[in-house]
Structure formats: C-alpha cells, structure tokens
Design a protein around this ligand. Structure first.
Ligand code: FAD
Ligand code: SF4
Length: 472
C-alpha cells in the first residue's frame, strides 16, 4: 500500500466553462485513478472510518475490492448497507463524516472514500450491470410518506426484508430534495432516477401526487397498512421578517430551486415554467442551499450575484468545496452584512436590498465572536432579485392532521432512539424528526426505523404482545 502517495483528486470542469451550462461540475475517477486511490487505504484492523458512516458501510472492504479491480463485488458490498450510493458519493459531506475519521486525515489527506463510492456506483450504472432485485413475499404492508432519502432507504430496506411497501409522495416526481433541491450540476437527475428505479425493482411501489394529510390521512393509511413510516422532510422555508419581502422578484430558495430543478425552468422556453430573474441577484444565507441558489442564478444568466451573510467565511455552514466553487464561479461575498429591507419601485418590483455592515466583537457564550452593527455601515445592493436561503422547518400538514403525535420545540416530530413516534405503528426519520440535516443522516434515520418496524412486526407475527414502549 502506497502510504505516502498523494490523494487523487478527481477532474473538475473549469469555472469559465461550467457557468455556461448545468452539466455536472465534478467528474468521476477513471479506473486507473480509482485503483490508485484505493491503494492508499491502510486497511486498518480497527477502521475508524466505518464509525463515521451513518449507514454503516464496510468501508475498508469495498475499497480493498476496488484496489483489486473487483468492482462488482465492491458495489455489492456497498449496497448491503446503502441503496443510494451514486447519490451519496456525490453529495455526502464525507469530510465531516467517514473521511474525517480516516487515519490518514491526521496527515491532511484522508482516503477519498466518497469518490471511491461514486466510482463503484457509476461503474455499475455505466456497465449496465445493476444488481438483481431481492424477491419480496409481502408478509405485511407498509406505507411510507414522502420519497426523499429517508423514505427511499426505509422502503428499500423493508422491501429487502420481504415487506410490501408503498411510498406516497405529494409531488409528481419522487426523490425529495435530491430531485427538487440539489441542482443538476451537483447531482444529475438521471442518476437519482436510476437509483430510484433500482428501489422500484426491489418491489417498492410509488404513488405520486398523493398529499398525506389531504388526499389520505395517516389514520386512513393505518387502516390498510401494518405500519407507517413518515419521511416528509423539512421543506417549509423561513422568511427574514423584514419589510419588502412581498415584492415581485423575492423568492425563497426552495421555490427558486424547485422551479429550476423540478419544473425544468432552466430550459425555458422549451419547457412551460419560466423563472424570471434579473441581471443582479442577492442571495441571503450561507448554507448549501444558499450556494446552490447563487450558482444556479449565475447559470441562469445573472451578471452579479451577491451572497449576503452576517458572519465571516469561516463560519459559513456550507461545505468548503461548495463555498470555493461558488467563489470561483464569480459569486460575490458580502460578509459581516445583514439585510434590513427589500426596496421596491412604484410597480412593486424589487430594485434594491438595503443592508447593514457589522464588525466582530467579543466572543459570546458559544465562543463565537458576536457581530456588532458598524457605525455608518448602511449600504444598498442594486438588485432586481432577492433569494432567501435562511433555513427551513417542517411542513405541519401531516403532523397536524394526525392525533397523538408529540411535537418538539422546533415543530419536529418526536421519536425515540429507533424512530418510533408516540403513535403505535407509526415511525419517522430524516429531516421531519431531526430538523434540516444531511442526506446520509436522513438515510441513517430511515434505516434505523426500517429495522424497528421489522422487529415490531416480527413480534406481532409471533403473536407476542409488543413491549411497554407501545411501538406497534
Ligand atoms: P426530503 O428530501 O425533504 O423529502 C421529503 C419528501 O416528502 C419530499 O419529496 C416531499 O414532497 C414529501 N412530502 C412532504 N410532505 C408530504 C405529504 N404531506 N404527503 C406526501 N409527501 C410529502 N445534504 C447533504 O448531505 N449534502 C448536500 O449537498 C445537501 N445539499 C442540499 C441542498 C439543498 C438545496 C437542500 C434543500 C438540502 C440539501 N441537503 C444536503 C440536505 C438534504 O437534502 C436533506 O437533509 C435530506 O434530503 C432530507 O431527507 P428527507 O428524506 O428527510 O426529506
Ligand atoms: Fe482505510 Fe482510512 Fe478507513 Fe483506515 S480509516 S480503513 S486508511 S479509509
């Protein structure tokens, strides 16, 4: 094993090239690159990386298979635990999960676990050798609400265990944020669709255009199913609460990205959905969602895209790589700045964003230096579009239309450690239970709940009463 060798970085399209289209920015490894990177793995006896993976992939084992050219075996090893490997290889924040724990991270260059996972998944798709589905014998019927990563994982794991699973999705296409939130240039939609096809081939049925809480309630689902999993996410956007948010030209990032990704607005007029943005755009926020909105605005033809954030670059919650790529593509960072008012013209259209600059004061109780208003720090960005990306909460529809749930302070659905809600037979996972988090953590929640549903139904099948927790 080449312990001292440098991490192999995948090829990335140049910034000038990539801003002109929505094609994927980061390319995958070639076989040669993948084998070279896999050979950097030390095959630790007690691998710390495995503990950093929320779905528990046997990381050293699949890397060893790639190093030996056994790509089919590698993808099968990954799929024992992960039903969406091509998605995770692209969007998981590995740098704060498995790669952070890799022993080589101490030298600054952990094994590129995510890129290797992506390589194995892409190899399988490109060589047309998708694994065969598991046969199901439908011992029990399970309903799954929503079709984001938590639901897809719960559904796939349950189908593999032999259950009959139906997903009910409010939108016309399944995939949750993977389809309507994360842009094409980071996560191509044909890849998400193919991973969903694999889950369908496991026997999972998907009913779209079905809003649980309106079309059917959770109580109605319980009449015809043995258990229900709720993975309805956290897609309700927050607003800033400043004057002028009602003006034409103000979007939430959620609406903006959905129009572009799900409704194909970036291909207007060849599709029906327009997405009117001007030449000058302000995006408020600094998480992954804000970076995605800013980079999408640039690709839609905006000449100036300002990202307004009240702290510094170091405190931005987005992945470092996304921050770097946004800056390379020309996004202008207005740091230590906060919006105070959206300014409109006499026709009710946005014509500017009035902001205030800050300085950093003494650290507060969290240890972070507190922003303090700068004297004469007011300034106005001359923009015609404002995109708000300051976080999202849970859509209350499913929760409010169901009796007996315990709801936490942020409006999130309270579950126990295995994902059971306070309603017997109803389980939950992903953002609806944790608040906005990551794809892989949502998948981890779906996996845990699938196992708990299985254990609960096994007890029921054996005619045993279910324990004091009242999970079933
Ligand atoms: P979701 O993906 O939100 O899916 C919920 C699904 O439930 C949706 O399809 C919704 O339509 C459906 N639904 C809601 N209510 C109902 C109802 N009443 N009836 C039926 N269906 C319903 N994470 C990362 O790890 N890496 C990233 O790079 C990253 N980038 C992101 C970029 C954006 C723009 C956004 C918004 C999020 C990003 N995240 C990222 C976060 C990540 O996508 C989420 O944490 C994850 O998708 C949560 O999965 P989920 O299954 O809980 O819910
Ligand atoms: Fe390989 Fe790093 Fe995991 Fe060790 S910690 S097994 S070197 S990926």
């Amino acid at each position: 094993m080449a312990v001292d060798s440098q991490r192999v970085e995948p090829r990335t399209l140049d910034a000038e090239d990539r801003v002109g289209h929505f094609r994927e920015v980061q390319r995958g490894y070639t076989e040669e690159e993948a084998v070279a990177e896999a050979n950097r793995c030390l095959q630790c006896k007690r691998p710390p990386c495995a503990a950093g993976c929320p779905v528990g992939i046997n990381i050293p084992a699949f890397i060893d298979m790639i190093a030996r050219g056994l790509y089919r075996e590698a993808i099968e090893k990954i799929k024992e635990k992960n039903n969406l490997p091509a998605v995770c290889g692209r969007v998981c924040p590995q740098e704060v999960q498995c790669e952070k724990k890799c022993i080589l991270a101490k030298r600054g260059e952990p094994v590129a676990i995510g890129n290797l996972e992506r390589f194995a998944a892409d190899w399988e798709r490109e060589t047309g050798s998708m694994s065969l589905p598991y046969p199901g014998d439908c011992r029990f019927n399970i309903a799954v609400v929503g079709s984001g990563p938590s639901s897809l994982t719960a559904a796939a794991d349950l189908a593999k265990m032999g259950y009959c699973v139906t997903i009910y999705e409010a939108l016309h296409e399944p995939g949750g944020v993977l389809i309507y939130g994360i842009p094409e240039f980071r996560l191509p939609k044909n890849i998400v669709r193919q991973e969903i096809d694999y889950i369908k081939r496991l026997g999972v049925s998907i009913k779209t255009n079905t809003v649980i809480g309106k079309t059917k309630t959770v109580d109605e689902l319980l009449e015809s199913h043995d258990a229900v999993f709720i993975g309805s996410g956290a897609g309700l956007p927050y607003f800033l609460g400043i004057p002028g948010e009602h003006l034409n030209g103000v979007y939430t990032a959620n609406e903006f990205l959905t129009r572009s990704n799900l409704m194909g607005a970036h291909e207007f007029p060849s599709v029906d959905t327009p997405l009117g943005i001007g030449k000058n755009v302000a995006v408020v926020g600094a998480g992954n969602v804000a970076m995605d909105a800013a980079r999408t605005a640039i690709r839609l033809g905006a000449e100036n895209v300002h990202l307004v954030y009240r702290r510094t670059r170091e405190e931005m919650p987005a992945r470092r790589d996304e921050i770097d790529k946004a800056q390379e593509e020309g996004v202008q960072f207005q740091l230590l700045s906060s919006p105070e008012k959206v300014i409109g013209d006499d026709k009710g259209n946005v014509m500017g964003l009035s902001c205030q600059r800050y300085d950093l004061g003494e650290p507060d109780h969290t240890g972070r230096r507190k922003p303090i208003s700068r004297e004469h720090g007011e300034f106005c960005l001359p923009v015609d579009t404002v995109i708000i990306a300051v976080g999202q909460g849970v859509n209350p529809l499913v929760l409010e239309s169901t009796e007996g749930f315990e709801i936490g302070p942020g409006g999130y659905l309270i579950t126990d450690e295995v994902g059971a809600t306070t309603r017997p037979g109803v389980f939950a996972g992903g953002d609806v239970a944790t608040g906005t988090d990551t794809v892989i953590k949502a998948m981890g929640g779906g996996k845990k709940a699938a196992l708990a549903i299985h254990e609960c139904l096994e007890m029921r099948r054996k005619g045993k009463r279910v324990g004091a927790s009242g999970r079933c």
